[in-house]
Write a protein that binds this ligand. Structure first.
Ligand code: ADP
Length: 191
């Protein structure tokens, strides 16, 4: 299987690029943020709990995220692969993902890291906030999401770089240009 992590700060374009990768390579999309937003909209217990963290720009606790992930991977094995979007977000989640995948005799194939400057991230998120209706796309919460990203999520880059799996992708430019760089990295792996 081809198991790709799409990595990057909030607003770096993970969701947009994931959609294109899914279309091209037939992967199953696992976006923990989307999964939480579905629960929030359905007003489930999990959704209410997740929203109490998300609306403050904090991470949802690891145990909750990992339980949800395991559920998603249960029916995994007759697929070309997965694209993990917004997960893992902590070192603990990264190590847990390896464990869960190895139970299915699988591993992470590639980590595509979208590199975008902070000022651009903030502008993109504020713009999205005008239409998204998301409780976390406002200036104050955006700042805490970025802090959380640098403190808790960015260290994963070293984790994957040490395994030779990290490919940095310039996240500025047109959606197509960025997608081309991503596809190149994937094609190098599969051909
Ligand atoms: P973005 O990348 O724009 O921040 P996401 O949709 O990936 O958007 O995530 C939105 C919020 O959902 C995060 O700020 C966090 O509170 C929560 N969340 C999503 N994925 C995870 C995760 N893997 N671990 C912890 N919290 C998560």
């Amino acid at each position: 299987m081809l198991n790709i992590i799409i990595f990057g700060a909030p607003g770096s374009g993970k969701g947009t690029q994931s959609e294109k990768l899914i279309e091209k390579y037939g992967l199953k999309h696992i976006s923990t943020g989307d999964l939480f937003r579905t629960e929030i909209n359905k007003k489930t217990e999990l959704g209410t709990l997740a929203d109490s963290y998300i609306s403050k720009g904090q991470l949802v606790p690891d145990e909750i995220v990992i339980e949800m992930l395991e559920e998603q991977l249960k029916s995994c094995c007759d697929l070309p692969g997965f694209i993990f979007d917004g997960f893992p977000r902590t070192l603990f989640q990264g190590k847990s993902l390896d464990k869960v995948l190895s139970k299915h005799d699988e591993k992470v194939s590639l980590v595509l890291s979208l590199e975008v400057a902070d000022e651009e991230l903030i502008q993109r998120l504020l713009k999205r906030g005008e239409v998204s209706g998301r409780s976390d796309d406002n200036r104050e919460v955006i700042e805490s999401r970025l802090n959380v990203y640098y403190e808790q999520t960015a260290p994963l880059k070293e984790f994957y770089s040490n395994q030779g799996k990290l490919v940095k992708i310039k996240g500025h430019g047109s959606i197509e240009e960025i997608f081309e760089s991503m596809s190149k990295a994937v094609d190098q792996l599969i051909t």
